[in-house]
Structures are given as C-alpha cells and as structure tokens.
Design a protein around this ligand. Structure first.
Ligand SMILES: Nc1ncnc2c1ncn2[C@@H]1O[C@H](COP(=O)(O)OP(=O)(O)OP(=O)(O)O)[C@@H](O)[C@H]1O
Length: 946
C-alpha cells in the first residue's frame, strides 16, 4: 500500500471493503435463493522452490516443470475427471444436453456441501500490505471480524496477500482485487475468495454469506446459466475447489508472463501435470482445482477475462432469468469502485464507472468495446452484457449497478443475439371501417401497426395535432369484438370524441356513443362510452364493471398516483386487455410523471416506484423522506419506452405528410352553460323562428343571439384554455369577438399567473407592434388574446403554431385571416386550429355556414384548405327540424347576402358594440357592466337603420 495513505484512509478503505464483501455475500446468497453452505478460502503456502512454468502455445497451455514430472496413469486421470472434475466435465459437455449440465452442477454442489460447521474469520485489514497473514497456526493476524453464519460456519481463511519485495512470505491466494489505491492496483493485488454455498439453508437478516462466486443453478430452459457459470471459469471453480481441500496441498497461482502468456507458479504435483498435459484449453484452472491436492489461483483482472472470453460463454445465448436475478438483488454499492450500466442505444450499453485499471483491463477484453472520447466512457454491444457483468461481478472491490429488469426483458433478443431488424408488420385492418383506414396518413398507419404489434397496450405520444384521436379510434376499432369501449378524456373534449367516432366509423349506429354527463349515468350504456376523468372518479360503484378496451386521452392527467382520477383509472387499466394512452406531453416536467402511465400499460416493468425513482428520478434521501423530483438516465428511459410501449412523432418528423393547417372542431361541454342561460338561448331561438317585420329586427335578434352565445360559452372556453395550459402547450393564440369573452380569458390567465399579450380594439396602433414582438421573442409570453375583428390582420404571431377560436364568426375570410397570424412566413410547423363550438347556441348555425362558405372559397381557389375534410365537422349540422331550418336560413340570409366592404365593416363594428352594450344584460351571470362609446353606438344605430 502506498505509504502516503493515512491511517484514517486505510481504515475507511478497509471499512468499505468489508461492507462490500458483506453486501456481495448477501446478494449472492439471495441469488442462490437462500442456499447457504459456505466453504472458505484456504491458506496457501507458496513454495517457490517447487515452481513450475506454464507456457501457452496456440491456445494450449503447457506446463513446463522445473522438477520431476510424474503424470498419473490414464486410468487414474479418468477417474478424477469423472469424480472430482465434475466442473470441468460440465464445461466439456456444454454442447450436450442441459440435463447433463445440471447433473454435473449438482455434483459440484454435493461435493461442496460436505462442509457444515466452520467458523469464519475475515481479516478486516486486507489492504495492510506490510502485515502478514498466515494460517491458524498462530501467525500474525490483523483484527478479525467474526461473521455469524447461523448453522453454517466457515473454516478459517485469510486473504491473499503479496508483498512483492518479500516473495517468500506465506500468503493466501485469491483472484485479485485492488485495495483501493491506484498505486496498489498496478501491483499484485491481494484478494479474498469465498466459495458458493453448496447446500441449502436460509440466511436470516443478521446472517451473511461471503461469496464472490457465480450462481451455479440454472433456471428456465436456456443454456445461458450454465454458460455463465463456465464464464466465471477458473475463478469460480477455484473457489469451489479450495473449500474442500486439505491444508497439505500444492498451492499456486497464475501470473502474467510476457505480453500474451501466463505461467503457473506452483509446487510439484503429479496430478496437476497430468491435467496440464491432458487439457488442451484454458479450462485447465477449473480442472486443476478439482484436484484435492491442488489449489490454483486464476489470473487476475484483465487476464482472467482472456479465459472468460474463450470460455463456452462466447457465442451462447444468455439466460435472461439469471440476468433478471442480478437486477432484483442489486443494492446500492459500498465498494471502492462503483459504477452502473446504462443503455445508450437499442444495441449498446455503457458502463459509467470510476477509474480502475482492473476494470479497464476487463473492458479491453470485450470484443464489442468502444471508448467514447466525448463522454470518456466505455460502451459495448448488449450481447456482451452477460459476459461483462459476469466478470465485473467477480471483482471484489467493484460494484456495478446492472441494467434494470425492464431493460433486460425488453432487450432480451439483443442480449441473446437473436434480435433482427424486422420492421413492424402491417396489421390487417380489414375489420375496421374503410373510411378511417384509407384516411390514415402513412405515419398514422405506422402508429396503428405499432399498437397492434404491442397487443393494443401502448402510449401514443405524438405531438399535438398529429391525429392521435384518429389513430386511437382505428386501434380500438381493430379490437371491436372486445367492446364495450371506454374513453376517458378531459371534460372539455368529451363531445368532440363522440363526433369523431361517428365521423371515422360510419358503421357505428347513431345511438352507440354514450357521453356520460352526470355521475348517475350508466358507464356501460352503449358500445362506446365517453367519460371525463373527474366523473370517472365519482363513479366508483360502476367501476367494478371492467372494460376490455380503454382509451385514455391526455393520459398525463394520470401523472399523480395520489389523485382521485388516477386511483379510479388504474384498476380499470390493469384489468383491461387493451390500453391506449394518448398524450402529446406525457411528462411535462419530470420523469416521475411517467410512472403511472408506464404502469398502466406495462404493470410488470417497475412494480415499485422506488426502483423507478432511483433509476430515472435521481431519487435522493432527504430528512423528510425521498425526493423523486429529479431526473437521471433519461436516454435509457426513452430508448426503453420506445422499444416497448411508446410511439412518438414530432410534427417536424412528419411535416411533409401534414397539411399546412390542421383544423379541428372542439365541441365544448354543455354543462358549462347554466340552466338560466340555456333557457334564454332557447327563448331567443324560439323568437327567431317566428320571423321579424324588418331586416333590421332580424339582424338585431341575431346579434343578440350571438352575444348570448358568447356569454354561454365563457365557462367552457376558459376550461379548455386551462386544459391547454395544463398540457404544457407552447405558445398559442386565442381569438374571441366579444369583450366579455376576452375579459374573462384574461382574468383567468392573470389568476393563474400566465403571461399573455392582449390586442383588441382599444389597443393603440403604436403598441400593437411591440406587443407582437414581445410575444414572438419572449419565452414568458404564452398566450396572445386577440380580438377577432381588431387583430385579424397585419400582425405576425408565428411563434405560435396553435390558434384557438373561442368564438365563431360568420365571415370565414375573417377566420382565415386570423388563422394566418400564425400560419405565415416564419412558421416552421404545421398550424393547428381549434374551433370551439357549443351546442344549443348560435354555433349550431354559424359552424355549418362557415364550412359551406369555406368550401366555396376553396372551390374558387381562395382557401387553402377545406374545413369539411380536415375537421370533425360533417356530423355537426342543425337537426333537420323545421324550426332549426328557419333559424339557419335566417343566419344565411342575414350574413350571406352580398354587401360591400363598408357594410361588412359596419356589421363587425355593430357586433363589437352590441357586445359592449349588452354586457350588462340579464343574461350576464357575472353582473359586469360595460360602457359603450357614443360614436360606436351611433354607428350601430346607423347600421340597423339600413
Ligand atoms: N388522416 C387524417 N385525415 C383527415 N383529418 C385528419 C387526419 N388526421 C388528423 N386529422 C384531423 O386533424 C385534427 C387534429 O387531429 P387530432 O385531434 O386527432 O390530433 P391530436 O393528436 O389528438 O391533437 P391533440 O393533442 O390536440 O389532442 C383533427 O381535426 C383531425 O380530424
């Protein structure tokens, strides 16, 4: 040990080493399923005088004795190989049946289990290089720790120790570990090796098993575990063997000899010579250690890997079950050199670890190694993972956190080298309505294929506006035989979903969608049942009925397990066969938010939140408990999710497939409209059917109806905007016409401390430009609240790619111009346009009218896109009832009659002023009053006189 280490440092190093040993023992005990039975390393007296040399030629190992060679007879050798060399024979027979391998392994166990009671002592000062340990014969010992092994005890054993300057000291052997200093790592290292438990017993909490060996038992049908065991190769056999030997044995070790050779330092032993002569491979250490009269320490560190890489492991498929065991049993390390494996791509993982010459030596022996100069980390193909873990786990002073179970399971094919780059197959969608199938854009079709390849359990995390609704309906329709279907959505879009089902699945009969409006409604009344998150949590009695197919829209609403909505939804999702989660923003600020969504789709991935938190949330223990608000290993999480359950495309990924504008009609919830308002609206509609004496009266009535519609929609519009904000939407524009609506939106934004700009008729021209600049270039400005008539022209607000119309307007030209505030030069994305439409209001007449007009404009080449082709609009028409028709005709007549620009402008102004004037009307639940400017009022009067 370097003399520069202080006593305190030495003490701490030793403390750590002891902890590592104890923990490793615990872990290995657990890996063995509680099998205990310990044999210990034994004292080996080096006898330099009896040293032999081993030379390696053409991959064969040749022992060159400086002494008499006295091979046993072939018959004797045979008997040894059959009886004692079970480990060796197991390896030789690896290509044979698994049953045979298991048999051989159990022979090992039986042999080792002969030891039942022996006290275990472990020197607590393995790194004291100037202290000398020897056997129990009264030689000097460091302070010893007694480890209680319950019913099993271990013979006295001491760590290997080598003082290079005093080679003749008696010492112990092992397969080497650094003693905590860089200095020492380059020297020959002392190490302690214990033996795998050969018999079965269960360790109590207070009991420990010291063991650095590999599991010997196999699980499952694969051959991996056997091969893993053989990968441990010399080391494990050495340990297993050393436990059952007498003290009068030839003790030796392998040491490096030249660049690519090694030699065996050991006293004369005839049996051993026979082994060397007989075995044409590096498996000689294993075989040698089966001899009762020989204890042979294998090569240390990187040299040991040379053996491992030539072992039967190479080319074999790994046993995923045994890798999963490693994951399960892994606990936070206290070893000297700590690290972790992290997935960095579909095929590679890296080992993030502190400096250790020994570890680097191991890395260098891996065929697929790659050193990343930027990250300064080593990475490897996943197929090397079992081999690398095997070797790293055998290094006493190194602890490497394995890949998580979910990663092992998901990438089992890559680990077992059986992964093929096959594309996800095209699903047979012949059972689904052709209307929807033929409408799917190529990337949407891929989404549907992905979902079906995942048996209908997925997180569809496409960017906003990429048609998640359409894809979800198509996926659900593929499983139509398993319906009734449940759709859980934010309340503001329940009716939009109902519309979408009828639009995309024309085969659905009209009554087959059931939008649940109160907690008393039946959750299973129809084939398609649509419920809001909040109502779902109030329907606990009905939740007992299970659905086989469930869609969760905006699934990030489930991010908090403590919420009632999440608690209500999770059991449903666990019980369902198909779970289709939709969210453009599955996690808005931290990976912890993903946990419930992952659980909903793949409950087996991370059964405990804590393990997810440790891996991906940078979990930290605080005085008050665990803090999971951080993030860690996000690349791995993303790769894992994409491989298993998530598909996500950004707009930029599929821009070429998208139209420049994506329009969507959002049917806002009717509950937002009070009973009083509904009654007044119905009354207005009734009056309109009776007809008016003059056109002026007609227009007045329509404008009043329009104004009351605004009032009626306020609550739903505000709710929708808040939901957009909750979804973490980037910047967006909100257009409204009436002051009362603009004021209500702004008031809510202020309440929620959301930064916004507002441009309406009262905004001076000089200020408009600076407000636009603010919105365009400041990160803080999230929403632009704009007047439809005062801000639909001449402004550039392309920082937003979403435009929301809180109100409709009868002139589609105004709407299109408003849309183009975002859809203009500088816009790099496809623009989403959401029209909020309320049933039972003026929207019933305005919406079809707008569509009709836009279609005409489209035909004349004046409108880029056609509403009816891009929005769930086709079913949204006034019912064919004569009263409705009268009102619709009234709207058509009043607003479609050709008039010159002045008339249009006057009409707009009239509507504006009408709002201000009427804002204190009986319909206004808020009781607010607004003043109206005299000039405007005059112009309204003039307008109505026309
Ligand atoms: N293949 C398609 N053909 C025609 N219209 C489509 C297609 N895909 C999507 N749309 C339309 O684009 C609009 C946006 O789609 P949708 O609402 O499904 O997107 P989304 O991903 O669910 O968005 P959000 O995240 O805002 O909920 C809708 O009006 C939808 O009808």
């Amino acid at each position: 040990m370097s003399s520069s280490l202080t006593e305190e440092q030495k003490r701490r190093i030793e403390e750590n080493r002891q902890k590592a040993l104890a923990r490793r023992a615990e872990r290995l005990a657990a890996q063995r399923g509680g099998q205990v039975g310990i044999t210990g390393p034994q004292v080996i007296e080096q006898n330099p005088g009896n040293r032999g040399n081993l030379k390696q030629e053409n991959n064969h190992v040749r022992f060159i004795s400086q002494h008499r060679q006295n091979p046993n007879s072939p018959a004797e050798q045979k008997s040894y190989l059959q009886k004692d060399y079970s480990h060796y024979t197991a390896n030789q027979q690896m290509a044979g049946s698994h049953g045979e391998q298991q048999k051989n392994c159990s022979v090992d166990s039986e042999q080792a289990s002969g030891i039942k009671q022996f006290p275990t002592t472990i020197p607590n000062s393995l790194s004291y290089s100037h202290k000398h340990y020897s056997d129990a014969g009264g030689q000097e010992h460091g302070q010893q720790a007694l480890i209680n092994l319950g019913t099993f005890q271990q013979p006295k054993c001491y760590p290997a120790f080598k003082n290079p300057t005093e080679p003749s000291y008696p010492r112990l052997i092992g397969n080497g570990h650094p003693d905590g200093t860089k200095n020492l790592q380059s020297q020959n290292k002392s190490s302690i090796k214990y033996v795998p438990p050969p018999s079965s017993a269960t360790l109590g909490d207070s009991e420990m098993l010291i063991n650095t060996n590999r599991p010997m038992e196999r699980e499952g049908g694969g051959g991996g575990m056997q091969k893993l065991t053989s990968c441990a190769g010399a080391g494990s056999t050495f340990e297993a063997a050393s436990c059952k030997k007498a003290n009068s044995v030839a003790q030796g070790k392998c040491v490096k000899y030249g660049e690519d050779r090694f030699q065996v330092e050991i006293g004369y032993n005839a049996e051993l010579i026979a082994i060397f002569k007989k075995i044409p491979s590096k498996s000689y250490v294993e075989a040698a250690n089966q001899l009762r009269t020989v204890i042979l320490a294998p090569l240390e560190g990187e040299n040991a890997v040379g053996l491992a890489s030539d072992s039967n492991f190479v080319g074999s498929s790994a046993d995923v079950q045994s890798l999963l065991k490693i994951c399960k049993n892994w606990k936070k390390p206290s070893a000297l050199v700590k690290g972790k494996c992290v997935l960095i791509s579909r095929l590679r993982f890296e080992v993030d670890i502190g400096y250790s010459a020994e570890v680097i030596g191991v890395f260098k022996r891996m065929d697929s190694r790659n050193y990343d100069m930027n990250t300064r980390k080593w990475n490897f193909l996943l197929e090397d993972y079992p081999k690398l873990m095997e070797v790293l786990q055998s290094l006493v002073s190194v602890e490497v956190e394995p890949l998580p179970e979910a990663v092992i399971k998901t990438f089992a094919a890559q680990i077992q080298r059986s992964a093929s780059e096959t594309e996800i197959p095209d699903a047979d969608l012949s059972v689904v309505d052709s209307e929807i199938v033929t409408s799917l854009m190529p990337f949407q079709r891929e989404g549907v294929n992905f979902a079906i390849s995942r048996n209908g359990r997925l997180l569809l995390a496409d960017d906003m506006g990429l048609g998640k609704t359409l894809q979800a309906i198509c996926i659900a329709a593929y499983y139509r035989k398993e319906w009734p279907l449940l759709v859980v959505t934010p309340s503001s879009v329940r009716f939009t979903w109902a519309e979408a089902f009828h639009r995309w699945l024309p085969s659905l009969s009209p009554g087959s969608t059931n939008v649940i409006v109160t907690g008393k409604d039946s959750l299973t009344a129809s084939l398609v049942n649509i419920v809001s998150f909040d109502l779902l949590s109030k329907m606990d009695k009905q939740l007992k009925s299970t659905f086989q197919v469930v869609i969760i829209d905006e699934s990030h609403f489930l991010k908090n397990i403590k919420t009632a909505r999440c608690r209500a939804a999770m059991p449903l999702l666990k019980a369902a066969r198909r779970v289709i989660l939709l969210s453009g923003t599955p996690a808005m600020s931290r990976p912890a938010e993903l946990y419930t969504q992952i659980m909903a789709v793949q409950p087996a991935f991370f059964p405990q939140f804590h393990s997810f938190g440790l891996r991906y949330c940078d979990a930290k223990k605080m005085p008050w408990g665990w803090d999971y608000s951080g993030s860690s290993n996000l690349t791995e999480l993303k790769i894992l999710l994409k491989e298993s359950i998530m598909i996500r495309r950004l707009k930029s990924d599929v821009l070429s497939q998208l139209p420049a504008k994506q329009r969507k009609m959002v049917v806002v919830a009717p509950e937002g409209i009070s009973a009083k308002t509904k009654a007044v609206l119905a009354d207005e509609a009734k009056k309109m059917t009776k007809g008016y004496d003059s056109k002026q009266q007609e227009r007045e009535a329509l404008l009043l109806f329009y104004n009351r519609t605004a009032e009626a929609k306020i609550h739903s519009v505000v709710e929708y905007i808040l939901e957009l904000l909750e979804r973490g939407n980037d910047k967006f524009l909100v257009f409204a016409h009436h002051k009362i609506m603009l004021d209500a939106i702004v008031a809510e934004l202020e309440k929620k401390h959301v930064e916004y700009i507002r441009i309406d008729g009262s905004t001076p021209s000089a200020e408009r430009q600076s407000l636009c600049q603010k919105f365009q270039f400041s990160e803080k400005q999230v929403v632009a609240v704009l007047s439809l008539t005062a801000a639909n022209m001449g402004l550039t607000l392309s920082a937003a790619d979403l435009v929301v119309f809180a109100e409709l307007f009868w002139n589609p030209g105004v709407l299109i111009q408003a849309e183009d505030r975002a859809h203009r030069i500088g816009q790099t994305s496809s623009v989403n346009v959401h029209y909020l439409v309320a049933k039972g209001t003026a929207d019933d007449y305005l919406w079809p009218m707008i569509q009709e007009k836009i279609e005409v404009l489209g035909e004349a080449g004046l409108s880029e896109t056609n509403f009816s082709k891009t929005a769930e609009s086709t079913n949204y028409c006034p019912k064919p009832d004569p009263k409705q028709k009268t009102i619709y005709d009234l709207f058509q007549r009043t607003f479609s009659e050709s008039r010159d620009d002045t008339d249009e402008a006057l009409l707009l102004e009239a509507a504006d002023a009408c709002c201000e004037f009427d804002s204190g009307s009986a319909l206004q639940d808020t009781g607010e009053t607004c003043s109206v400017s005299p000039p405007r009022k005059r112009r309204i009067e003039e307008f109505f006189k026309k």
